[in-house]
Design a protein around this ligand. Structure first.
Ligand code: CA
Length: 744
């Protein structure tokens, strides 16, 4: 029995084959456990917790195993992060790899750095014949694949690792590539053989990015796994001859849930079930890609000699063939056998075909509805019944009956001992009245608790000269309207959302112009690194007078990531920088700062630069956001600098701009500037543009048919436009433009 890390440090030099080393229960902080031993199958080295689940490894800790036949079990790695090291690594250094080693019955939970952009893998398999099984993986938040199999050295190839019966817990959207749950290989070594077996694992809402599993090597087998409500799929990204068998994908009609995506040659995909998957394009139930002719190793090899048989599709939305076809991916699939596959659905599945399908060879594929023209070349109508028998659902065709799977039982995966997670108690915040005065809001925020609501007095003025760090979810609201008047000299952010914070504002009139200076912004998020995501919402607020240089009403910092940012019934007036700037992520690798951004019934008036600027650089296809909605907004006398823009959406994946008015805005450039990619979805429709710039975009279909270019008749005394058609021109006959009156 080893009492602590100091004892371990002494003992580990003497570890012998056949030893059983017991770690004493307790918290092991800053324990960089390195275990090297050349043990044998007959005499393994066993390292285990005195009681499984009672040894908690935390702080700057990690586990590295080298040698052979070392077995580790029962440890909990909790909030354990050592820079530059995976939490669990199957080698002690470059030379000393692990072979025939095993990690089992362990938990890895919340082992994140403070910065979500600080990339790390949690589990790294090197060497050969290693086993990672019955583990529980929870709360990965930073960039980097959760578990990787490395093939970067011949001693790591043909490795025959086994990854089995693990529970991979929910992983939130990463907002970037590099948020896979498992990756086997890299593109560089993708044409070498790995022979990894990924079997009977449970992937629970692993939503990091489009690839839940990214296979980048040859001769792997992935079977018996369950993908439960995962916003992505199992992707044969690089490498050949992989077997995908008897897996179950359960989407429950959640958006973006996907199945298998096929690239490269020689794969077999059989006996899988795809159930209730709602994803489209690269997240379809089955996606077969076009390749690049003579592809570089890091792009897309052509699909060839792929066999897809005996699969069942139940209530799925989409299948796509020749997906990703563009001016680079022009090599269409060859020798694709599609045989004995069944599609059943309450709705017909949508088959999208982007190129010639002369390389597909269908036989005996059936669906339970009259197939549309495209699908009918592959699937024939046949009566297929769904029946319930003894609490189980079956699909019956002819004399064949197939049970619809509910996936591997959760009882069978993860640790056999119970890992109890204390349930997060959501504190019901209190309402706290804040008296008017100088920095009384800042003082109240300092002492506020989680989910507290600070209530300001209607009609009162609050003087602000210092900024407030928002480190927990909270609200600042007025009982009617309250004024936040800047009085400082140094540039500050009124509210600075930091890690753990989220903010709701209501009824505030924020004025950034002091006799002695001008505030930097009203709200900023992520000026320092963050690991957690945040939410922001402002309703019935006015943001005005940031009148010098690059000032922003809302500014998001590099590395920050919002689930949602919402502005509703707000007025932005007399601001010189981009009013809402969600554009700090400039590395052009597909990262971005907010998943969902909504503007509803807002007025932008007298803005010098852009009103709305959202940026996601690079042509990465791994993520779903940002999604932007601009509805019933008015842009007035704004953004008229040379080559300027009122709205700029760069690389946004999906947007709608509707029921909005651009009046004397973006005149010397663009009213709306959308940098669209072939696959992104945008619509500008039911809008009026008068004495305003162009709607600039690249692909067709962005601008709808209903764009008015007439004088909306501004009545300044009334503070609104008076052209009658505006009252009914919007979608569903509603009015267009914001209901906020112009500022006089
Ligand atoms: Ca990826």
């Amino acid at each position: 029995m080893l009492a602590d890390f100091a004892a371990f440090q002494v003992a580990c030099k003497q570890f012998q084959p056949g030893d059983t080393i017991v770690l004493q229960n307790g918290v092991w902080e800053n324990a960089d456990l390195q275990i090297f031993c050349m043990a044998s199958a007959q005499k393994p080295l066993v390292i285990k917790a005195a009681t499984p689940g009672q040894v908690i490894i935390t702080g700057a800790s990690a586990l590295s195993i080298g040698g052979s036949y070392v077995q580790v079990s029962g440890l909990v790695f909790k909030q354990c992060y050592k820079a530059g090291k995976p939490v669990i690594r199957f080698r002690t250094d470059q030379k000393q790899l692990a072979n025939h080693c095993r990690v089992t019955e362990c938990v890895v939970d919340d082992c994140n750095p403070a910065d979500r952009l600080q990339e790390s893998n949690w589990i790294a398999l090197f060497g050969r014949n290693n086993q990672f099984d019955h583990n529980r993986i929870l709360n990965k938040k930073n960039l980097g694949t959760t578990l990787i199999v490395e093939l970067n050295d011949t001693a790591n190839q043909q490795n025959k690792h086994l990854i089995a019966y693990n529970y991979f817990g929910p992983r939130a959207k990463g907002g970037s590539n590099g948020a896979e749950t498992i990756r086997i290989g890299t593109s560089t070594f993708s044409r070498t053989s790995s022979q990894t077996l990924v079997e009977n694992n449970f992937f629970d809402r692993c939503n990091g990015e489009v690839e839940i599993i990214s296979v980048k090597s040859c001769d792997n087998k992935l079977s018996g796994n369950t993908f439960y409500e995962c916003e992505g799929g199992l992707v044969l990204r690089h490498g050949n001859r992989n077997l995908i068998e008897s897996n179950v994908f359960i989407g429950n009609q959640k958006p973006y849930t996907g199945g298998v995506r096929v690239i490269n040659a020689g794969h077999v995909i059989r006996n899988n079930q795809f159930i209730g998957l709602a994803g489209f394009r690269f997240r379809s139930a089955l996606t077969i890609l076009n390749g690049v002719p003579n592809s570089p190793i890091n792009r897309y090899d052509q699909v060839k000699n792929v066999s897809i048989t005996d699969n069942l599709f139940v209530d799925c939305a989409n299948i796509e063939f020749c997906a990703g076809k563009d001016f680079e991916r022009t090599a269409r699939p060859e020798q694709v056998t599609l045989k004995n596959n069944l599609i059943i659905g309450k709705q017909p599945i949508q088959l999208t075909i982007n190129d010639k399908t002369d390389g597909f060879f269908p036989a005996d594929n059936y669906c339970n509805f009259q197939p549309a023209a495209a699908l009918s070349n592959f699937f024939k109508y046949q009566s297929i019944n769904r029946q319930w028998d003894n609490g189980k659902e079956y699909v019956a065709i002819g004399d064949k009956r197939i049970a619809i799977s509910s996936g591997i039982s959760r009882e069978l995966v993860g640790t056999s001992w119970v890992y109890s997670i204390r349930p997060t108690i959501t504190r019901r915040g209190s309402r706290i009245s804040v008296v008017p005065g100088k920095n009384t809001i800042a003082a109240a925020i300092k002492t506020a608790g989680i989910n507290d609501t600070l209530v300001l007095q209607h009609g009162a003025t609050y003087f602000v000269s210092e900024g407030s760090a928002v480190k927990q979810p909270m609200a600042v609201i007025s009982s009617g309207k309250s004024i936040l008047q800047y009085t400082g000299e140094q540039s500050i952010h009124f509210f600075q959302i930091e890690n753990g914070g989220s903010l709701y504002l209501k009824g505030l009139i924020c004025d950034g112009l002091s006799p002695n200076g001008i505030a930097s912004s009203f709200v900023s998020a992520g000026m320092q690194p963050m690991i957690d995501k945040y939410q922001f919402k402002a309703e019935d607020c006015e943001f005005k007078q940031l009148t010098d240089g690059r000032k922003h009403a809302f500014l998001s910092g590099k590395g920050s990531f919002a689930d949602s940012i919402v502005f509703r019934n707000c007025i932005f007036y007399d601001i010189t920088g981009d009013v809402v700037n969600i554009a700090a992520e400039k590395d052009d690798v597909g990262r971005y700062n907010a998943e969902k951004v909504i503007f509803e019934n807002c007025l932008f008036q007298k803005i010098l630069q852009g009103a709305i600027h959202i940026y996601r650089g690079g042509n990465d296809e791994s993520t779903t956001g940002p999604t932007v909605t601009i509805n019933r907004c008015t842009f007035l006398q704004s953004s008229n600098t040379d080559l300027g823009y009122a709205v700029r959406l760069y690389g946004v994946q999906s947007s709608t701009i509707q029921n909005s008015i651009f009046y004397n805005s973006g005149r010397a450039g663009r009213a709306v500037w959308i940098e669209d990619f072939g696959w992104t979805k945008h619509l500008v429709d039911r809008c009026l543009l008068f004495e305003s710039g162009t709607i600039q975009h690249f692909y067709p279909g962005v601008v709808g048919k209903n764009i008015l270019r007439i004088n909306p008749l501004a009545n300044w005394a009334l503070g609104k436009f008076t052209l009658p058609i505006l009252q009914r021109y919007g979608t569903n006959g509603q009015a267009i433009g914001s209901t906020q009156n112009f500022i006089q």
